[in-house]
Design a protein around this ligand. Sequence first.
Ligand SMILES: *Cc1c(COP(=O)(O)O)cnc(C)c1O
Length: 337
Amino acid sequence: MENLDWKKLGFGYMDTDYNVRCYFRKGTWGELEVSSETHISVHMAATGLHYGQEAFEGLKAFKGKDGKIRIFRLDENAKRLQSSCRGTLMAELPVEKFAEAVIKAVKLNERFVPPYESGASLYIRPLLFGSGPQIGVRPADEYLFVVMVMPVGPYFKGGFSANSYVITRKYDRAAPQGTGTFKIGGNYAASLCANKEAHDMGYTSEFYLDAKEKKYIDECGAANFFGIKNNTYITPKSSSVLPSITNKSLQQLALDMGMKVEARQIPVEELTTFEEAGACGTAAVISPIKSIVDIENDKTYFISEEPGKVCKQLYEKLRAIQYGDEPDKFGWVKIIE
Ligand SMILES: *Cc1c(COP(=O)(O)O)cnc(C)c1O
């Protein structure tokens, strides 16, 4: 793409050449279909529209120094989508079909994969929803799976930097035994008000505590939380946190760097003890945390003005694997031939 300014790209929707679709009808998934049409024709009584039978994924493809395209942890995203489907009684898409569709969408839009030097990447957004009609609250008989892709800019334009968050007690993104562990639209609809209020107050994002007791750390907006102290990587264990693939990868890297890893409940007050903390997810890999403000209790948990050294190390290590600068020793990367 000669006339695309890769470095100026943000995180936003952009048309690309093709998308890949697959329909589930009469009890089976059909063949993959390639389309250059950005619209889909959906029945007005589709369960995805009425009853939230909808799940999505987010992953990225990177172009290496060697010119090869690498997709990060494709199988993990395929498995998480299956889990979201089970959680909302949707037809499960086989892992192989997911992988085939994603690879096809990336290859067909190869000219949109940003060059290595840009620090940008190709964002891949798979979507699966109930497309068949129902008017009673029941799962659909038909489903549509779509994969769209678009180039997105480097998350940190002015270099790796730390952000401030605000604790929300007014809203929960998911209930303790609800749908928090599934990557479904409803959780995002539930988070929009909290997110808007946090933005309006000048914070990067809202910060969630556990919905039941409001005692423990849950999620950092639409990202997982981790804290670092005493050579240990600590992340919340909760029935309403989305299992982040970035978080899982960072835990593996932390172990590999000789750190300990703990997944457990983290009381809010423990924030005073962390040497470093971060929000993690596909968009940024790690977004280091500067401070977390608790307005109701007139308290600010200050972590650090600048990103700490463990955050930096983990961030650089993961990025190096994604771009192919370091050997893929855990088998996380699928190289597109
Ligand atoms: C997608 C998502 C994340 C991050 O998951 P990754 O697999 O690391 O991208 C974290 N929290 C929520 C609520 C999410 O939807």
